[in-house]
Write a protein that binds this ligand. Sequence first.
Ligand code: ADP
Ligand code: MG
Length: 486
Amino acid sequence: MTEVGEKKKVVAKNSNVKSIPFATESFVPTPEIKNLWNTVHEALREEFGEAVFRSWLKPLTLQACYHGALEVSVPTRFMRDWIQSHYSSRILELCTARNPELRRIEIVVVQTGMRDVAEEVAKPVAVKAKAPLKANENIDGEDAMGLSSPFDPRFTFDTFVVGKPNALAQAAAMRIVESGNVPFNPLFLYGGVGLGKTHLMHAIGWELKKRAPEKTVMYLSAEKFMYQFVRALRSNETMNFKETFRSVDVLMIDDIQFMAGKESTQEEFFHTFNALVDQNKQIVISADKAPSDLTGLEERLRSRLAWGLVADIQPSTYELRLGILQSKRALVGADIPDAVLEFLALKVCSNIRELEGALNRIVAHADVTKSVITLESTQDVLSDLLRSHDRRITIDEIQRKVAEHYNIRLPDMHSARRARQVARPRQVAMYLAKQLTSRSLPEIGRKFGGRDHTTVMHAVRKIEELMLEDTQIAQDVEICRRALTG
Ligand code: ADP
Ligand code: MG
């Protein structure tokens, strides 16, 4: 066995005390450890993708090695906590696989000296005099040209339900309003349609208005930015336009994918962006894709967008959908049975907007007809919506989508091969076939290479079980389901 690092000091194994000086001579990692760390670091990039890597994992720096522990540093406390809860166990696995003597990962905060973020996090946020908000108060009219769009009073942090798929995005948005400073620039939020990007941006707007009313916050869609820019060009007001944008404290641009192919708008935005970053002003951007996938944008803009924190919103899970429905029920104050909420959370899974729409419809129907809401009435009222989901999906489609997701061959859906890497996706496909079509178990069995209905039943149960304990499977199922129903 190789000795891990050099150590001259005994460290209590389970001690959480970070009193160990890092990078003192005695703990300096050996060349082998440095090598190991480099390969692990690279493996993380492969595994989590460029966007996540750049935001979170790239800054990880090997500091020391002692007693089976690898100490790595990050520049901020926020990062440390996030990596600790989301990536550290995987990092440890990768290290242990390469050297079984490594049994712990210690993540410490080492400030880079540029900005003392850790300090700043520790400080209580100075709450400025709170201006009471009227329900429909907006920021329209605050800028001379009326460039900003109003905030929707429903879109606040209070009404935003946090779950696994959106936790990172919510935490990052919250961090911006709490820091009273610029914790990362820009914040880039991305995710599919109707998953809460706009909601979070408005929530930032409302919260900043409360906490820092002196700040100028500008929020608008990329389309509106473009429209205003073109209008300014036409009316010879570009100087005014530039000045207005460059004098804000916080600029939020929604749905930046709309700038694709619009070169002069991109050019203008790029300069605005740089000017604001130079003045240390906060920028928040949303898009339907990660920066690197925004192919219609110029390369320099794309790479600039990924400079700060890139946070994605994943497709919603059943739990999150149910949580959102419960919160909406409380807001509406309507009498809706749990079974109805569970039914909706299961059936309406393409996006949150549609889910809300479905809930609104049944509430409105009960209101107008003066009837109580039941599972039956719900199925009745939403029959068109529910049917349109059912109609589209075939077992063939499910098999294709799942095979594609897991990167296996389509014939493996029918084959007798029992290797885990094909058997599990096959079970996922059977589960989805049961969930998303009205086919019977024997019919489903026949479509999967003539399997028995008990095999299908077993697969359905197995996946149900796994989804509860294995988040990866739950996420895979959700992604496939969404691709099929969305
Ligand atoms: P996007 O901008 O990503 O397309 P929106 O922010 O417009 O999506 O969200 C669509 C609808 O779903 C909005 O009414 C929003 O309030 C609601 N919504 C989305 N996510 C959540 C959540 N986590 N909690 C509560 N409501 C949500
Ligand atoms: Mg939106």
